[in-house]
Design a protein around this ligand. Structure first.
Ligand code: NOJ
Length: 721
């Protein structure tokens, strides 16, 4: 059945149209029912398949027009089965991980009546103070774009009509991750060029992948709050990119235009938002009141724009097949996780861990006496942010999981401190128990609640109590391996050089303890990489791998610490002194984008390009880069090969390098594999300003690296003859 949308719209009253453009934020059951009877177009998921069906029944059978509703829910990294957080997924450098999460999420969600998820968040950010970096993928536009497309493919499946597909929502359009000082909801001021190059790019990729919806950002960007950002919502997203889906406002984001101070009241806010291109307002009942009276009249809001918004909403319902099949089979609905999905979540989790340092303490020996200490020894807080009350629980602690994984080890368990509190007695207890152990595994981190929305931190070190525990153990001479559970890159300077090994495990979801235990034992070999730079100090932020060149770059590898300052301020040493650096920090970040070790070692050899010089026309046909990776160690493992391009001379200052490809390969001991990449003109183009993307002939450098070693080749793009 194809519904004639134009005919349907022609039958609708002004109020009925406005009702299609609303989703009310967290109504109680009675309010929801009243809104549905009035003919509201969307609702948040009432938490069961039966109630979702009842919502559809009211919409279809008890309203004049009988239009089914969109049922929305934030399914961010799992509804029942929780997968690693998005940032953790990006650390896998394996888009299949994100696609798998989205597939499982979609099947759990749709079967229970959800039709629309407010995910993926594709906001890149260079500021780990921002709590929401955990919900996004990384600092890099290319990696985020690949993951955005993978998530969209996973959620939406082959067809939105399928019983295991949901409409995806790219959020938050745009530059939410650029908020000043990393403070959530804060304003951003970004050049048009950077907007194009960095912040818009993952959205463009997500739209190209077919994302059905996009959410506006809370942020004010360059003076215009995004909910009123016509130039971007309509100009770029809808007109330039041809996006014919739905733009939804964020929770109360439209009404908050009043707080932003660009309109005097909510009526003005609604008009500004819808005229700007918002199609569905998320928040209170700001369009039509409880008696069905519209707050705005056709004189105030163009009917053409309203019709366009309504058409977009109805078209989405049609794409989802809701006019034909508004109901789900409640008897077959997911009510919770399954062993199969838990197993998939564990496998995904094992691909996300990053071995930051290792002096040999990891993998753990399979016998001897090991002390497991720290608040994460027994805490079950591994799910991460954006998990709702109906999510599956974590069934075992890390203490249980390591005991099961390494049964011949003589395990001793002690907390030593809480997440935020330590006493001399609790630390002393840990130290005395460590004296009897060959090795101490300290499981520390950011509990889920201090990352995510509204959880920006000015100090991104580990909570003090946990740092005290690490120092106390190191002071006592213990050999320490740290399991770092976190929602963001942390500043780890005060303790990182004191411990033998650090395994970063993020928040890995429902099966985190088993995945961590299997990685500690070596059954799983860590193959993830840092997707977001770990700074040395908060004062170094923003710090990211693709920083632009400066006129006075500092020499890499030289530390300019106070004790060496004299050397740099000495006579005739202007070269070193007047360079771009911090006097009180060693150069560069603590862990660069792409960093990550393994229990085995790899060699990159024989890097080649299919040509070293070509014209733009020839480049259209593609250029091939290839390198051979060999596992030179004695256990199987994964290497991640990254491909970067540097534009050596351009009319606009360029980043020192830009990621243009990556590939994760699994190799047996001694095994080699050729890893190939295709580069084309788009990989060499850059935005000259906000409207021109150019390809300039000249010299480029192509680099392949795996975080441990690199190889470079020159490439020349020649003028056409
Ligand atoms: C506010 C958040 O910014 C957004 O990401 C989320 O989807 C909405 N609330 C709805 O829950």
């Amino acid at each position: 059945m194809t519904v004639d949308l134009d005919a349907l719209i022609a039958r609708m009253t002004w109020e009925q149209k406005l009702l299609q453009l609303q989703i009310v934020w967290r109504p109680d059951a009675a309010e929801r029912e009243a809104l549905l009877r009035r003919g509201i177009g969307s609702t948040f998921w009432p938490p069961s398949a039966e109630e979702a069906n009842e919502a559809q029944r009211i919409a279809v059978e008890e309203t004049e027009l009988g239009i089914p509703v969109l049922v929305g829910l934030d399914v961010i990294h799992g509804q029942f089965t929780i997968f690693p957080t998005p940032l953790a997924q990006a650390a896998s450098f394996d888009p299949a991980v994100a696609e798998l999460d989205a597939r499982v999420s979609a099947s759990e969600a749709r079967s229970a009546g959800v039709t629309w998820t407010f995910s993926p968040m594709v906001d890149v950010s260079r500021d780990p103070r921002w709590g929401r970096v955990v919900e996004g993928f990384d600092e890099d536009a290319y990696l985020a774009s690949v993951f955005a497309a993978a998530k969209v493919a996973g959620y939406q499946g082959r067809a939105l009509t399928a019983g295991d597909s949901v409409a995806a929502c790219l959020k938050h359009f745009v530059a939410y991750g650029a908020g000043e000082a990393g403070r959530d909801y804060n304003s951003a001021d970004v050049s048009d060029r950077r907007l194009r190059e960095l912040y818009l790019e993952p959205f463009r990729a997500g739209v190209e992948a077919g994302a059905a919806t996009v959410m506006a950002a809370f942020t004010s960007l360059n003076g215009t709050p995004m909910h009123a950002g016509r130039a971007l919502l309509t100009g770029v997203l809808k007109d330039e990119w041809g996006f014919d889906g739905v733009v939804v406002g964020d929770a109360d984001g439209v009404a908050q235009l009043v707080q932003h101070g660009i309109v005097p009241d909510e009526r003005g806010a609604v008009i500004a938002a819808i005229e700007a291109g918002v199609d569905i307002v998320m928040g209170g009942t700001v369009l039509v009141d409880s008696d069905g009276v519209a707050f705005v009249s056709p004189d105030e809001l163009s009917e053409e724009r309203v019709d366009d918004a309504v058409r977009r909403v109805l078209r989405l319902k049609q794409r989802l097949g809701l006019f034909e099949h508004p109901y789900v089979d409640a008897s077959a609905a997911s009510h919770g996780t399954t062993e199969r999905y838990r197993d998939l979540s564990r496998q995904a989790a094992e691909r996300c861990t990053v071995l930051l340092t290792n002096g040999g303490a990891l993998p753990l020996p399979d016998r001897g006496r090991i002390l497991l200490a720290g608040p994460y020894a027994r805490s079950l807080d591994h799910l991460g942010t954006w998990v709702q009350h109906f999510a599956s629980t974590v069934r075992e602690s890390l203490a249980d999981a390591v005991a099961a994984e390494l049964p011949a080890v003589d395990w001793d368990i002690v907390d030593g401190c809480g997440f935020f509190d330590a006493t001399d007695a609790s630390l002393g207890e840990a130290v005395s128990r460590a004296a009897d152990a060959d090795l101490v595994v300290v499981a520390v981190g950011e509990p889920s609640r201090i990352s995510g929305e509204a959880s920006s931190r000015a100090d991104i070190t580990l909570p003090e109590a946990q740092r005290r525990l690490i120092h106390a153990l190191c002071d006592a001479g213990a050999r320490v391996a740290v399991v770092l559970v976190t929602g963001r890159p942390l500043v780890v300077e005060d303790w990182i050089d004191r411990v033998d090994a650090v395994l970063c495990v993020w928040h890995l979801g429902s099966e985190a303890p088993a995945a961590i235990a299997r990685t500690l034992s070596g059954r799983a070999n860590p193959g993830g990489r840092v997707p977001m730079t770990f700074p040395r100090a908060v004062g170094q932020i923003p710090v990211h791998y693709d920083h632009e060149r400066t006129g006075r770059p500092a020499r890499t590898g030289r530390a300019l610490l106070p004790e060496t300052i004299a050397e740099f301020t000495g006579p005739n040493n202007t070269d070193d002194y007047y360079t771009s650096k911090f006097l009180d920090l060693p150069l560069g970040p603590r862990f660069d984008f792409g960093h990550g070790l393994s229990y085995t070692t790899f060699a990159l050899e024989g890097f080649s390009l299919s040509t070293e010089a070509l014209t733009a026309d020839e480049l259209d046909a593609g250029l091939r880069a290839e390198v051979t990776v060999t596992n030179t160690g004695d256990r199987a493992g994964d290497d991640v090969v990254l491909l970067f391009v540097t534009d050596e001379v351009a009319s606009v200052t360029q980043p020192v390098r830009r990621l243009r490809g990556f590939s994760r390969v699994t190799l047996a001991p001694g095994e080699s594999a050729a890893v190939g990449f295709r580069l084309d003109a788009d990989d060499l183009r850059f935005w000259a300003d906000g409207s021109r993307r150019v390809l300039e002939p000249g010299e480029f450098t192509v680099t392949v690296g795996d975080g441990t070693s690199e190889q470079r080749l020159a490439l020349r793009l020649e003028e056409a003859a």
